[in-house]
Design a protein around this ligand. Structure first.
Ligand SMILES: *Cc1c(COP(=O)(O)O)cnc(C)c1O
Length: 223
């Protein structure tokens, strides 16, 4: 199947999930995760209609970013080392993995240097799996409070990675909890409009539970 066919299949599935839950398909951003493929495939994916691209590592991102001239937005979706912020920030429109104060400090510093804002999502470890990064549920509100002094760090929502499961229904509670946390925080933080959740195996469930960004790799780009 070519990229166009894959994209329209994914968009159809998103539309169906939206319909069931009274949502608008246009409110769901598809981020094509290109970490598995090189420059040529990434370019084909862009030509087929994807203009939001995700990468989880600096090393796999840069060869593409340096060679792709099309007007796309890059999303940094992996864990971010503090010493890599200065390399990442100039090229990425979104950081999905803000999870500690030291990282926020560096983002503030580098954003200040470039006279821009760092648009971020806070990564939350909803499932509590030890191997996963992200703040625990209870840590999110205090963290947001600590960030209020960082005028260049703009938090636009929450992100989570669900555990890998065979049946996506099993992770529905994870997505639901993230949305409930966001809804709870909305009163004091109306800027939290985004929920980045859902990958190839579980994005329809994530959309049903309120995802505004789905991060799709294998379903789009794996042969
Ligand atoms: C790789 C990756 C994805 C995409 O995963 P697929 O299952 O291939 O769609 C999404 N989010 C993050 C953080 C990733 O590292």
């Amino acid at each position: 199947m070519d990229y166009r066919a894959k994209i329209s299949l994914v968009r159809e599935q998103i539309a169906r999930s939206c319909e069931r839950f009274g949502r608008q398909p246009n409110d769901v951003m598809v981020i094509g995760v290109t970490k598995y493929v090189g420059v040529e495939e990434t370019r084909s994916l862009i030509e087929a209609g994807i203009d939001q691209l995700g990468e989880n590592r600096v090393q796999t991102a840069f060869p593409k970013i340096s060679q792709i001239t099309e007007p796309v937005s890059w999303h940094f979706i992996g864990s971010l080392q503090t010493n890599k912020v200065k390399d990442v920030l100039p090229y990425f429109a979104w950081i999905h993995s803000l999870d500690r104060l030291s990282l926020a400090k560096e983002l503030q510093k580098q954003a200040d240097k470039h006279e821009r804002t760092a648009t971020c999502l806070i990564q939350v470890n909803v499932s509590g799996e030890q191997a996963k990064s992200g703040l625990s549920f209870e840590e999110v509100a205090p963290f947001l409070k600590e960030l209020s002094g960082f005028d260049r760090v703009q938090v636009k929502g929450l992100m989570t990675m669900a555990p890998l499961v065979k049946d996506a229904e099993d992770v529905r509670p994870v997505f639901r909890k993230l949305r409930e946390l966001r809804d709870f925080l909305l009163d004091s933080h109306p800027e939290l409009i985004h929920l980045s959740m859902g990958m190839s195996g579980d994005f329809t469930v994530a959309v049903e539970e309120g995802a505004t960004m789905v991060r799709l790799g294998s379903i789009l780009v794996k042969p």
